[in-house]
Ligand binder design. Structure first.
Ligand SMILES: [Zn+2]
Length: 464
């Protein structure tokens, strides 16, 4: 069995078994585990049960369902490779709602294959990717007769509702979840055929600003020109948050932004980025951002600030000559390493206090926050993962960033003290969270193969 190199053994095993792999996944996808809808609470429990039962044939040492105040998580572990590294696999078994249902070409919970794609809610986000890990474990067991490393797995049921109990589970079960690296498959590849490891993910700091200039609204005929207008004051404050050349004008804001080396920037420049497609995806919005940085750099290695909503005064049809006494806005920062949302809040607070006109009451509320994540790419597991992806996909793997935020990545990495390897097999056009979500079957096969190759390589080289 060991005479053929694993890459070929794995490849032919996966080819041979893929129909069964898909049929099994289809059964799991049938369970509508929509975590945000209270009516589906039992489905989440069923979904966890189904996963736990599916793990049994893989002979883990332990399989457990961990209840939480909302939806259960599933835990399993294989400690069958003494002295070898341990990988903790993270995934989630809950899914997004399916509305609008009329836009689905096939029912969201009856997985359907069309044109090399598996269409279903959860096909990529994230049941399909969790399944790839299960099938990689099976591939290793069947082709090598054993697991080359130790593994544990946590699949939570609350990712789509903010992972509110995940860190609690990490605290409660810190011994069980100890590992050398955490592998998360819940992100996208840069482009079809381009295997990718996400090594930077922006954090978030979301605020609401409220200005009050008077105890009630005033008539613009009686007072206009003689008193301060809250909407005008807010507009000025908001406009002054950026300089004209696209930088964020808050004193000290860039102090903690980690410098990115010329080599890393050069690597970003080699990615097949198409400005035309980007413009299309951006719905034709004109370019904006810091001078001297490309769009990808602005999204991945530089922070941003956006006004998400503005509310003030009269907004009905027709006209009303009013001076609003209250104006408010929601705004959010995307943060990069090593920015800290709490420090951003205090800088913003100081900036607004300086800029706010006298006599106006200003309130600042934090609505949401999360730290950015930057992977320690010099750790050997990152180059091993690149190599495994390259062997499975037949094309060099790339390090990419993510402009959005998955705050728990940094929380998991902090809680375990270990790097997170974001090995994602979704595609940007894969409709995660939208109707007609799909998983590329090519990625499904090659993803299983890459994961198996990575674990095999980790076992053989045993890096620390
Ligand atoms: Zn997800």
């Amino acid at each position: 069995m060991l005479h053929t190199p694993p890459v070929e053994a794995f490849h032919s095993f996966i080819e041979r078994e893929q129909r069964r792999f898909l049929a099994e996944l289809t059964e799991w996808l049938r369970i509508p585990s929509i975590s945000s809808l209270p009516d589906h609470k039992n489905d989440l429990a069923r979904c966890a049960q189904h996963l736990a039962q599916s793990l049994a044939p893989l002979h883990p040492d332990r399989v457990e369902i961990w209840p939480t105040p909302r939806h259960p998580a599933v835990f399993a572990s294989w400690n069958q490779a003494p002295g070898q590294p341990t990988v903790l696999i993270y995934g989630h078994h809950d899914v997004q709602p399916v509305d609008p249902i009329s836009e689905w070409a096939s029912p969201p919970f009856e997985a359907t294959v069309r044109d090399g794609r598996l269409y279903a809610r959860g096909a990529t986000d994230d049941k399909g990717q969790v399944w790839m890990h299960l099938k990689a474990i099976e591939t290793l067991q069947r082709c090598l007769g054993r697991l080359p490393i130790n593994l544990s797995l946590i699949v939570e049921g609350e990712e789509e509702v903010g992972s509110e109990n995940l860190i609690g589970l990490f605290r409660e079960h810190s011994k069980d979840l100890e590992a050398d690296v955490v592998c998360v498959s819940d992100t996208d590849m840069f482009q079809p055929g381009v295997p990718s490891i996400c090594v930077m993910m922006r954090g978030l700091a979301y605020f609401e600003i409220r200005l009050q200039s008077a105890s009630g609204d005033l008539h613009s005929g009686s007072f206009g020109g003689a008193v301060l207008n809250a909407a005008t004051a807010l507009s000025r404050l908001l406009a002054e948050l950026h300089t004209r050349d696209g930088r964020i004008a808050i004193q000290g804001f860039y102090d903690d932004v980690r410098a990115v080396s010329e080599a890393e920037r050069a690597a970003i420049r080699t990615l097949p980025f198409d400005a035309h497609i980007f413009r299309q995806q951006a719905a034709g919005a004109p370019d904006f951002g810091e001078q001297g940085f490309s769009p990808l750099e602005r999204l991945w290695i530089r922070p941003s600030l956006d006004i998400n909503g503005i509310t003030a005064g009269f907004q009905g049809p027709g006209s009303k000559t009013v001076i609003p006494s209250v104006a408010s806005a929601k705004l959010s920062f995307r943060l990069v390493a090593d920015q800290d949302p709490a420090r951003v809040e205090s800088l913003l607070r100081a900036h607004l206090a300086r800029a706010c006109p006298e006599g106006v009451q200003l309130e600042l509320t934090t609505l949401h926050s999360g730290f950015p994540y930057r992977a320690p790419v010099d750790k050997p597991v990152f180059s091993l993962a690149k190599k495994a992806l390259e062997r499975a996909f037949g094309r060099p793997a790339v390090f990419v960033g993510e402009g959005g935020s998955i705050p728990f990545i940094r929380q998991i990495s902090d809680a375990t003290g270990k790097p997170c390897l974001l090995l994602g097999f979704g595609l940007p056009e894969g409709n995660a969270h939208a109707p007609n979500e799909w998983l590329s079957l090519d990625n499904f096969r090659k993803g299983i193969e890459s994961i198996a190759l990575l674990y095999e390589e980790l076992g053989r080289t045993n890096p620390r």
